[in-house]
Design a protein around this ligand. Structure first.
Ligand code: NAD
Length: 306
């Protein structure tokens, strides 16, 4: 990646004091939510089969954890390398003993599947595996995505194509394969992970193709939501603000001051912890959001409204 943030951008005038600095949170038995005895039943994912792309790490892996904590026992973890997807699936299975201290459910089945979302054929094979393993699909999350922070003039053309292949075409192929399983069974929920970058232009780092790709994903969710509305398949976009994951660490490692800038620009004064999205993803994938389609749910610490 080239050096970030040429300092030729207008100075940033928004000033918010950080509420707290973010510490990378590890998921362990002390901070692990257990299935609550009292919760709105429509938020439960019990009996539902869920799938997440880009789930070997970052937000995708955190979504899987949220599903597990919400009662999902049939889960497909998709990522580029089969070994990484399998490692994440094994990690989730071992963490399940903390979610269910009284004993892991006998029907717990978490599979790791290798798949390149930029390839329709690869995704078809992965969904074939999911179909033959579970026979149904209730929720699918397209989380696989990449970012590039080159200035427009310097953006390598091959990287531009790669970014759109993964972020835009990958989201479309994922949604279409999911709908092919969901429509015959009478419905399901698809979530496309967009970004606040679909709405605002991030500064100071230049990332025009990423922003454009996320705007495409956001409108793809609205368009597919309308196209499939009568089938029972819902499609929504989840748009995070800055979240601390490997994706953003790769950008932050190139610029010490950047994290402070991001915190200053965010009204809540911090970047997000991946688990700040847990409630939102469970809401979108569960029956709690059964009248919601074509919408965008933004979780950004207030970034977009100032
Ligand atoms: N982290 C943030 O601040 C942030 C903010 C807004 C939106 N997002 C979006 O959230 C999603 C997840 O981001 P993250 O921060 O978890 O990133 P991450 O880099 O930590 O994880 C992305 C995962 O996607 C996988 N992946 C990449 N290319 C793939 C491909 N071709 N096929 C299959 N898997 C592939 C990677 O192997 C990785 O496991 C992305 O779509 C990103 O654009 C992230």
């Amino acid at each position: 990646m080239p050096l970030l943030a040429t300092r030729s951008f207008p100075s940033i005038s928004r000033n918010f004091s950080p509420a707290r600095s973010l510490c990378a949170r590890r998921w362990n038995s002390s901070n692990l939510g257990r299935p609550a005895k009292m919760a709105l039943p429509s938020f439960s994912l019990q009996g539902k089969t869920c799938l997440v792309t880009g789930a070997a790490r970052g937000l995708g892996l955190e979504f899987c954890r949220a599903f597990l904590q919400s009662g999902c026992t049939s889960l497909a973890v998709l990522d580029l390398k089969e070994s990484e997807a399998q490692r994440a699936a094994d990690e989730l299975i071992s963490e399940a003993s903390s979610v269910y201290p009284e004993g892991t459910p006998k029907d717990l089945n978490i599979i790791g599947v290798g798949c390149d979302v930029a390839s329709e054929e690869s995704l078809k094979r992965a969904f074939g595996t999911v179909n033959s393993t579970f026979g149904r699909l209730d929720a699918a999350v397209a989380s696989a995505g990449v970012v590039g922070t080159y200035s427009a003039m310097d953006y390598p053309t091959d990287r531009l194509h790669q970014l759109f292949d993964i972020n835009v075409h990958g989201a479309f192929y994922t949604a279409r394969e999911a709908a092919r399983m969901m429509i015959p069974q009478g419905g399901g929920s698809i979530v496309l992970v967009a970004s606040m970058s679909a709405t605002i232009v991030n500064i100071p780092q230049p990332q025009t193709p990423y922003n454009a790709s996320k705007a495409a994903v956001k409108h793809m969710a609205s368009s597919l939501g309308v196209e499939w509305a009568k089938t029972g398949v819902r499609v929504n976009a989840l748009s995070p603000g800055y979240m601390l994951t490997k994706l953003t660490k790769g950008v932050l490692d190139l610029d010490d001051e950047l994290k402070q800038t991001w915190e200053r620009l965010t009204p809540m004064g911090r970047v997000g912890d991946p688990d700040d999205l847990s409630g939102a993803i469970v809401y979108l994938c569960s029956d709690a959001s059964k009248f919601m389609t074509g919408a965008e749910l933004r979780v950004d610490g207030g970034y977009c409204v100032v």
